[in-house]
Design a protein around this ligand. Structure first.
Ligand code: PBG
Length: 328
């Protein structure tokens, strides 16, 4: 028995050059999708539960698109805060071709056409009850909702959206949307399916951000997945791929890295993860108290997604992270 270990794992950790040489995963601005909240108000409004995040006006969205391009961020994902006066039980404002989202798509495409635009397909920002679908007698109707989502997706595609991202978790919506896109000539429009989306408490600050928190009656457990389930995510992803999704999303992010890993390993398709509002809020809150180094934890959390096999991360941190990464 040698008195000392022949294998010393620390040898490779001694110098910066060896650490760089053997480093397995890297995070770059190419990995980031900037999640932005937009509103039709005249001035940006801070989101209380998400320090550092404002609801952007169309004007400030234009600046953000240019900033994203300059930072090397490939895409922006849009989430609307809708004036309560425009909401109804059916969420019909989602189908308005001159609504906030279609306008926002055009603003980004005019300012920075090389930025990919990703739009959420779901009714919750637009409904008085805050649910993602059409409700009848307290039940979310699957097929009636899919009909509405198809129309919403077409409105977005006509406005120039690059990526249709259904986040509603209705059954069969990817196939229905894909068919409608093909039939209407949008053969190159991508679909990013929120395939494995869990009924999560981590969405809390987002619901404040888009103004659906006060409205929401009940919970979303009849359509979003049970956090206790892992095998189910594989069936969800498989179905969405068969139905025509180009990319899939796992959501939330950090608490669901096991899901990110199994989806990316099982299917080998572009798998994005969503670092959601509550994850953002937790990091910001601890950093504001001086309990963690916020920038360091932000970058470490984003790198963790790469390690788990994600091809990209949707995150409210995107511009701050990209700025730091570009500084090296
Ligand atoms: C709903 C939707 C949600 C988010 C994006 N789209 C929340 C929900 O299901 O209530 C959450 C995003 C976040 O928390 O950052 N269609």
């Amino acid at each position: 028995m040698p008195a000392y270990p022949a294998t010393r794992m620390r040898r490779l950790r001694q110098a910066g050059w060896t650490r760089r040489l053997v480093r397995q995963h890297v995070l770059t601005p190419d990995d980031l999708v900037w999640a932005v909240i937009i509103s039709d108000q005249d001035a940006p409004e801070p989101v209380a539960a998400m320090p550092g995040v404002n609801r952007l006006t169309l004007d400030t969205l234009r600046d953000a698109a240019i900033e994203a391009r300059d930072l090397g961020i490939p895409a922006m994902a849009l989430f609307p805060h809708i004036d309560p006066a425009r909401k109804d039980a059916a969420g019909s404002e989602a189908l308005n071709p001159d609504g906030l989202i279609p306008q926002a798509i055009k603003v980004i495409k005019a300012a920075a056409p090389e930025i990919g635009v990703i739009c959420d397909v779901a009714l919750d920002p637009f409904t008085t009850h805050g649910h993602d679908g059409v409700m009848k007698g307290g039940v979310i109707l699957n097929d009636a909702t899919v009909d509405a989502l198809v129309e919403q997706a077409l409105v977005q595609a006509r406005a120039g959206c690059d990526v249709i991202a259904p986040s509603d978790m209705m059954d069969g919506r990817i196939g229905a949307i894909r068919m409608a896109l093909e039939e209407n000539g949008f053969t190159d429009t991508l679909i990013l399916s929120y395939a494995a989306k869990y009924a999560s408490g981590f969405y809390g600050p987002y619901r404040e951000a888009i103004g659906s928190a006060a409205a929401l009656t009940g919970d979303k457990k009849t359509y979003q997945m049970d956090p206790a389930n892992s095998d189910e995510c594989l069936r969800e992803v498989e179905l969405d791929l068969e139905e025509g999704a180009d990319m899939v999303m796992v959501k939330p992010g950090l608490p669901y890295l096991d899901i990110v890993k199994s989806v990316s390993e099982t299917f080998g398709v572009p798998t994005l993860a969503f670092q959601v509002s509550g994850e953002y809020a937790m990091i910001e809150a601890a950093a504001a108290n001086g309990w963690i180094d916020g920038e360091r934890v932000m970058l470490e959390s984003l790198l963790a997604f790469k390690r788990a096999g994600a091809s990209g991360v949707v995150t409210y941190f995107a511009p701050r992270a990209a700025r730091l990464l570009n500084q090296g």
